[in-house]
Design a protein around this ligand. Structure first.
Ligand code: SF4
Length: 188
């Protein structure tokens, strides 16, 4: 078993990326968690862009998430919008300034440069192995998968080539099906 080696590498990578991210966002008065929240919100769909969605995804407490969201809003990096049908629900949208910040920070130049040193084959292998490991951890912990919509059991492709969510009973656009969702359930 290579469990300890795998753990050591992933922990080391995590630490290096966090240190790099801390350095990157310090000039904006931010911490890595602020960037993580913005990144999540830039990838998730309309069922997941809520404070609860952020809490579930990051595994942080509601208090921490609430403080983080307030900082991001004050800095003009995200906007809060009430849901059109349920006024108690708030959707969190990354602002143009937030998108600009993400463009330069994620993935960081350090990470891009390191990946470019890997062959195409090694990159494909890394994606496969990391995906399997993530799914194994999520499965054994009964965690939400936050998978991409088009790989979800509830995603139904209709005869006219449009998509429909059988859970929410709403139509999905081509853009929707590329986003991650807190209600996602793997097909298999
Ligand atoms: S099909 Fe699945 S992933 Fe897509 S919106 Fe519905 S529940 Fe979410």
């Amino acid at each position: 078993m290579k469990t300890n080696q795998i753990y050591d590498y992933i922990e080391r990578l995590g630490n290096l990326l966090r240190t790099d991210s801390r350095r990157d966002v310090a000039e904006y008065g931010l911490q890595p968690i602020h960037l993580e929240v913005l990144h999540y919100l830039s990838l998730c769909n309309r069922y997941s862009d809520t404070p609860m969605g952020v809490t579930d995804y990051l595994g942080q407490t509601k208090g921490t998430v609430s403080q983080t969201l307030n900082v991001l809003e004050k800095k003009g990096l995200l906007n809060k919008h009430p849901d059109s049908r349920d006024k108690r629900m708030t959707h969190l949208k990354v602002s143009s300034a937030g998108k600009e910040l993400l463009k330069t920070s994620i993935p960081s130049p350090l990470f891009v440069n390191a990946c470019e040193q890997l062959t195409e084959q090694s990159q494909t292998q890394a994606v496969k192995v990391l995906q399997e490991l993530l799914q194994a951890i999520q499965h054994s912990n009964s965690m939400k998968s936050f998978g991409i919509c088009h790989t979800c059991r509830y995603n139904h492709k209709k005869e006219d080539n449009t998509y429909f969510c059988e859970l929410t009973q709403e139509s999905l656009s081509n853009e929707d099906i590329q986003l991650i969702c807190r209600e996602h359930i793997n097909i298999s």
